[in-house]
Write a protein that binds this ligand. Sequence first.
Ligand code: ZN
Length: 145
Amino acid sequence: MSIINKLIEVETAKGISIYNITPQIVKLIQINNINNGQVIVFSRHTTTALAINENEERLLEDVKVYLKKLAPESDKYLHNDLHLRDVPPDEPINAHSHLMAMTLSTSEVIPIFDGKLALGTWQSVLLFELDGPRKRTVLVQISGE
Ligand code: ZN
């Protein structure tokens, strides 16, 4: 069995944006010749998140509206009281982004069999940027043979 660790880098857009990172994961499985095993996809940030769902343009717009309803940017949050915290000068006002991230996932585990990700027809691995623009990294750890 081998274990492969790889960082996927994504330069994100302003505010909330969503990226289908399935093709990069599939490529890593193929170039490493993994037939059976599993892949862990892990978001390394507190204002990004992961979900496995349908990569449909209008649905992704619905998700953005839904997240903004759950954690409106204009609400009052303790985390945004920067004068009461020990923070660097470029600290963003982003409590709403953290709360959105906590409603989604930090990691996903996907089985690999017959050399393919075991995703259903309508499932894609989606990275959610919730406080862009930033340079983000997602860890992909493939275990298998
Ligand atoms: Zn913060």
